[in-house]
Design a binder for this molecule. Structure first.
Ligand SMILES: Cc1ncc(COP(=O)(O)O)c(C=O)c1O
Length: 408
């Protein structure tokens, strides 16, 4: 909470907008590292791979050729065509380039989607734990996030969206429902049935379904159902995706938003007044990325699958850790509720102790962004096999020491 100074009056509705836990822990870890501490990070969610060379070359060529001016707000046509072709081939979505906006990161797409549909006082249903940008963007716009817990079914079954719980929280003010699939921070992938139920429900009630599928290339088992497979997606869906994760391009700031044409035009009017356009020469890398070769992406995802298996088994060897094996994204979200009760600690105290005393960055479940994550920790396993082994060993030692201390 930012304290309001009498001389500088801040907009009251933004005073309770939170920063993002992942970035806060990243900054603290960097500080400790500067002081000489050895740090193993499972903190921020970004691939530890470099952007594939053919993608970098496309942007470098654009720069060399002087492609450095403004572009159309919606994004250059060749990039929107490449995205449309990809979505249509993969999901038979029938997307037209006029329905796409290229945005500064998927986060830019999330904000624009919310700004296009929400008015002050509207409610947004956020299944929680959740990536924090949805509720915080809603708050910036004067709308209200309404959290509905994601159901934990134990370490063998994992997480599921309970549609009945969502229905209970819907009111006349509900304007939007968030579906992030595969899911950050749990690593869940919701079943085709869950996705269809949410689409039907949103359509019936005239609610916008904001679908964020940024992890759609990080699927390890099971069937992934994109909302764009629904032939009537235009009635209901605001679709967010981006290049950050799939092509290891987090710093490039390239995302995209897909909306029915009339809504896309309105979103472009908002965008032009906020950022004019997404970086011109970065956009030139988009056709190269989707054209491929896709081999580097496949190799990265295969590596992540092996890391998932490793971290899942190592975490389950730590006393008090119950880790479900995630199906997608690159996060694992073990439950440590019993352990925390024994130690009389919150998830946040535990994560801070791991960082300050043992040099391991993990995020408390409550960074996502509220109560449902209490009793859980989030690990991003986009780190090397050695780091996974070293990090798990340090955590095991930490837990043993904390339990021994408690008994003394
Ligand atoms: C679910 C989800 N959506 C969107 C984003 C933001 O992506 P970008 O870096 O492209 O803004 C992230 C990043 O962690 C994410 O986890």
């Amino acid at each position: 909470m930012v304290e309001e100074k009498p001389t500088l009056k801040l907009a009251p509705h933004v005073l309770n907008v939170m920063g993002e836990g992942a970035f806060t822990y990243l900054a603290r870890a960097k500080e400790l590292q500067r002081q000489g501490m050895s740090i193993v990070s499972f903190g921020i969610g970004q691939p530890d791979f470099d952007t594939p060379i053919h993608i970098k070359e496309a942007a470098a060529k654009a720069l060399e050729e002087g492609f450095t001016g403004y572009t159309e707000t919606q994004g250059i046509l060749e990039a929107r065509q490449a995205i449309a072709e990809y979505l249509n081939e993969r999901y038979e979505a029938g997307v037209d380039p006029s329905e796409i906006l290229i945005t500064p990161g998927a986060k830019g797409a999330i904000f624009l989607a919310l700004a296009t549909y929400l008015k002050p006082g509207d409610e947004v249903i956020v299944p929680e734990p959740s990536y924090p940008a949805y509720p915080e963007a809603a708050k910036i716009l004067g709308a209200k996030p309404v959290f509905v817990p994601i159901e934990w079914q134990g370490a063998s079954k994992g997480f599921r969206i309970n549609v009945d719980w969502i229905k209970e929280k819907v009111s006349e003010k509900t304007r939007m429902l968030i579906l992030n699939n595969p899911h950050n921070p749990t690593g869940a992938m919701f079943s085709p049935r869950e996705v269809e139920d949410l689409l039907d429900f949103a359509r019936e009630r005239g609610i916008v379904l904001l679908a964020d599928e940024i992890y759609d290339n990080f699927v390890y088992e099971g069937e992934f159902r994109s909302v764009l497979r629904d032939p009537a997606w235009r009635d209901t869906v605001a679709y967010v995706n981006g290049l950050s994760k799939t092509f290891a391009m987090t710093g490039w700031r390239l995302g995209y938003l897909v909306l029915r044409r009339e809504a896309a035009k309105v979103a472009a009017n908002l965008a032009v007044n906020i950022y004019s356009c997404t970086t011109s020469f970065a956009q030139k890398a988009i056709p190269a990325a989707f054209k491929g070769p896709w081999e580097p992406v496949r190799e990265m995802v295969e590596t992540f699958r092996k890391r998932r298996d490793l971290i899942h088994s190592l975490l389950n060897e730590i006393p008090g850790f119950e880790a479900w094996k995630p199906l997608g994204a690159f996060y694992i979200f073990p439950r440590i509720k019993g352990l925390l009760e024994e130690l009389n600690m919150s998830s946040r105290d535990f994560a801070l102790t791991l960082l300050e005393k043992y040099g391991v960055v993990v995020l408390p479940g409550t960074a996502f962004p509220d109560k449902a994550g209490e009793g859980f920790l989030r690990f991003s396993y986009a780190s090397s096999f050695d780091d996974i082994r070293e990090g798990a060993a340090r955590i095991k030692r930490a837990v043993e020491e904390m339990l021994a201390e408690k008994k003394r």
